[in-house]
Ligand binder design. Structure first.
Ligand code: AMP
Ligand code: GLY
Length: 424
């Protein structure tokens, strides 16, 4: 079978790497990919927002299955358009993608159906939002309503900072239309976890729980990023907690969508805050996480194509999904200055050397080839994933190999996995 993967980050390198292991797959195309996907598949120069271009490629090259990595094409209705053309595609339709594309929609859905989440109000008037913030006090969280490439959430420590966030989003229109409305919500404390789940709208199969590291610097300091590293499983979600998440979050979410007339098929990503025995949903996404994918898929033992096909054909209940007992941990290496300003085009060394090691996979994100040289081409450049026996082993292996890789200005967190080790 011929598979087309849409996207160009580390998550998509992870998807291609896993799909490549399937006996069913003959050829993989990636639109538009990176230097890592180019090693395993054929990169094609079509942007992930060019739905017409993607359809004409899928038809012309007789693609049997298309897999969507990022949220933007899902929110734009890529799945609806492919299906209308009779093409097989994995992911939710536009009405389901609203769960990620509209914070007001997802918060209102949670409130209506009693799914636990932070107390909130939504506003389309900056002055009313500011009055509410003054009344509630800080810390408080301000979120742009629409997609903002992971940067639309400001966790404000004081009222001034929250007001400034409202002004930047609503008055200066920092995120364009995405900021016409905002959600202001209660600050939650606790430990974060990601639960990704496969669902065909009837059956829900959670993957191994994982934990991202959103802040740029050690000790969860500095600005939020797309994610500086991850590990799986996340011990904060033990078997008992996972059962509760299924009953209190995953099943009610799919049921709520159904009652609203939405059949949700694809990946349901629940970003959770866990505080003792209290679970709250921070956000939903409608696709694989990045960098969570780079630790979850290396633990998946079942053929990913088999799962994707079962979701599309609504027979997920019949697939027996198996996981490795190992621990996976990845450390993201980012360009100097990321997530604010960073330079591109720096030569990267050591990737081949690290990739030679058993139990190590280097997933590339912002990379490109300049002649035969591997160079940086984005903020998050690559993630070094290690498989280990337990957290300390995975940490040691990952950092031993991070040290082999170098580019000018490279920075990474030194404490990925620390929370998991310190619990024991
Ligand atoms: P989101 O995109 O909604 O997941 O928000 C990005 C990050 O902001 C989350 O991963 C949390 O670290 C933080 N965050 C979001 N909402 C809250 C909240 N209500 N309380 C505390 N932190 C939050
Ligand atoms: N790692 C967070 C996300 O994928 O949204």
């Amino acid at each position: 079978m011929r598979v087309l993967v849409i996207g160009s980050g580390g998550r998509e390198h992870g998807l291609v790497w896993k799909l490549k292991q399937s006996d069913k797959v003959e050829e993989i195309f990636v639109a538009s990919g990176n230097a890592g996907t180019a090693d395993l598949a054929e990169n094609i120069e079509i942007s992930d927002s060019d739905i017409e271009g993607l359809i004409s490629f899928a038809k012309g090259r007789e693609v049997d299955l298309t897999v969507v990595g990022p949220e933007a094409p899902l929110v734009d209705g890529v799945v609806d358009t492919f299906e209308k053309e009779g093409l097989r595609i994995f992911g939710p339709t536009k009405d389901g993608a609203k769960l990620e594309g509209s914070k007001v929609f997802s918060k209102d859905l949670m409130k209506k159906y009693g799914i636990p989440t932070a107390k909130y109000e939504s506003f389309s008037d900056a002055k009313k939002a500011i009055d509410y913030i003054k009344k509630e006090g800080a810390p408080i969280v301000v979120k742009a309503e629409g997609l903002a490439a992971g940067k639309g959430v400001i966790v404000a420590q004081d009222v001034e900072e929250a007001i400034q966030a409202v002004e930047e989003i609503m008055v200066d229109e920092r995120f364009g239309q995405a900021g016409n409305q905002i959600v202001v919500e209660e600050f939650l404390k606790g430990e974060e976890a990601t639960v990704l789940a496969f669902t065909d709208g009837k059956t829900i199969v959670p993957m191994i729980p994982s934990q991202d590291h959103k802040a740029a610097y050690d000790g969860d300091k500095g600005p939020n990023t797309g994610g500086m590293g991850a590990y799986a499983p996340a011990p904060v979600v033990d078997d008992k907690m996972m059962e509760r998440i299924k009953k209190e979050v995953l099943e009610p979410t799919i049921k709520a969508l159904k009652e609203e007339g939405v059949k949700f098929k694809g990946i349901l990503y629940s970003g959770l805050m866990i505080d003792g025995d209290e679970i709250k949903v921070l956000e939903y996404n409608v696709r694989f996480g990045d960098p969570e994918t780079q630790v979850v898929l290396p633990l998946l033992e079942t053929d990913l194509v088999e799962i994707f096909e079962a979701v599309i054909d609504e027979r997920l209940a019949k697939v027996n999904i198996q996981w490795s007992k190992k621990t996976a941990l990845c450390v993201v290496m980012a360009s100097g200055g990321y997530p604010i300003n960073y330079e591109k085009g720096k030569e990267i060394s050591g990737v081949a050397e690290a990739s030679k090691e058993e139990d190590i996979v280097v997933f590339q994100a912002g990379t490109a080839l300049k002649g035969d040289k591997l160079v940086t081409a984005g903020g998050r450049v690559l993630a070094v994933t290690a498989l280990g026996d337990g957290y300390q082993d995975a940490i040691d292996k990952a950092y031993e190999n991070v040290e082999k890789i170098d580019f000018e200005g490279a920075h990474y967190r030194n404490d990925i996995g620390g929370k998991a080790v310190n619990r024991n």
